[in-house]
Design a protein around this ligand. Structure first.
Ligand SMILES: [Zn+2]
Length: 340
């Protein structure tokens, strides 16, 4: 059994069960360099918030009456399953901005958002474009996914593989901005960083808010990546975020100071915070930065039952609108039946 002890709240995470050999080695390597700082999760009840008149926006640093705090600001986006984790330091103007970024994140999932049953404010989300409609329906009290392919100029967007009993859907996602996705991740992290550490992240704060960018800083910057695992089951019905900081004894190692792991639905997203003052020396191009990856904290038993998670690294450094990105969805069936 492995125990992660939080430096801040004293919370201990007990990782029961046996890890696969691969994950055990990766976990040991990761925890050698990083201290577990804290874990945040969506609580059962809404947390108590400061009165609106006493609030200061952590992002634009303005307070009432210069900005208003009328809207409920979610610390983790609602579509990731967060209901009650709210913040009292995000003004309505910044909240509007964050919602636009979150919109890119949701579009990035394409039709997989419906398949993974990620809910929005108004329940399940239907994916629709000119070729396909993917909708969650209720039948006999059970949630099911209905896929309606549309024939476009006689061309269908799916193929049936009879041998493997599978349907392969080639879909086109709606357009999104990759950097916006990274901003959502940074926004979550920036909301959770202890107040005493915030001044080290002034450059990150500006990045989250700004709309124009310097290519020299962004292009090829390895910090703007997310290291992701997709599980084959919905492990995280409510989202959690884990925060880690580089151990003092390794302060001269070429590894970033802060890393966060966001788990929601069947996804695990790890990212490293760019532009922390403590890491300025790492940006010297002659240094190669190493990114230590925390494996999914799931037991071997779950992997044997559901299959291996898929790892993928996404580069979110582009601020240009990404159009017509393709996604391939493979669905397995037991029997086929004609539907009237
Ligand atoms: Zn603000």
């Amino acid at each position: 059994m492995v125990i992660l002890s939080s430096k801040i709240s004293g919370v201990k995470i007990h990782l029961n069960g046996q890890f696969t050999e691969e994950y055990r080695i990766a976990l040991e390597d990761f925890t050698m360099f990083y201290d577990f700082i804290d874990i945040t999760y969506d609580p059962n009840n809404k947390s108590s918030l400061k009165s609106k008149n006493d609030r200061v926006c952590r992002f634009c640093q303005k307070s009432s009456p210069d900005v208003s705090f009328k809207k409920s600001a979610h610390l983790i986006p609602e579509f990731m399953g967060n209901r009650n984790l709210l913040s009292d330091f995000e003004c309505d103007t910044c909240n509007m901005k964050m919602s636009r970024y979150e919109d890119s994140f949701a579009k990035f999932f394409g039709a997989d958002r419906t398949f993974s049953q990620m809910k929005g404010k108004k329940g399940s989300k239907t994916f629709k474009n000119s070729k396909i409609e993917v909708r969650e329906i209720k039948e006999d009290g059970k949630a099911k996914i209905r896929i309606t392919p549309k024939l476009l100029n006689g061309e269908k967007c799916y193929n049936i593989d009879e041998d493997n009993k599978s349907i392969i859907i080639e879909n086109t996602k709606h357009s999104y901005i990759p950097l916006d996705i990274f901003k959502v991740l940074c926004k979550i992290a920036f909301s959770l960083i202890p107040e005493s550490e915030l001044e080290k992240f002034e450059k990150l704060r500006t990045l989250i808010l700004q709309n124009t960018f310097d290519d020299k800083i962004l292009k090829g910057n390895d910090f703007f990546r997310a290291y992701t695992f997709k599980l084959n089951w919905n492990e995280y019905k409510r989202p959690i975020v884990m925060m880690f900081k580089k151990r003092l004894s390794y302060k001269d190692q070429n590894i970033p100071s802060w890393t966060f792991v966001l788990c929601f639905n069947k996804f695990v997203y790890q990212f490293f915070l760019p532009f922390c003052e403590e890491d300025n020396w790492l940006y010297n191009k002659s240094k190669e930065v190493t990114f230590k990856i925390l494996p999914p904290l799931i037991s071997e038993e779950l992997i044997l039952n559901f299959g291996n998670p898929t790892m993928e690294i996404f580069d979110f450094s582009s601020y240009e609108l990404l159009k017509c990105e393709k996604e391939k969805i493979i669905l397995y069936y037991e029997t086929k039946a004609k539907v009237e």
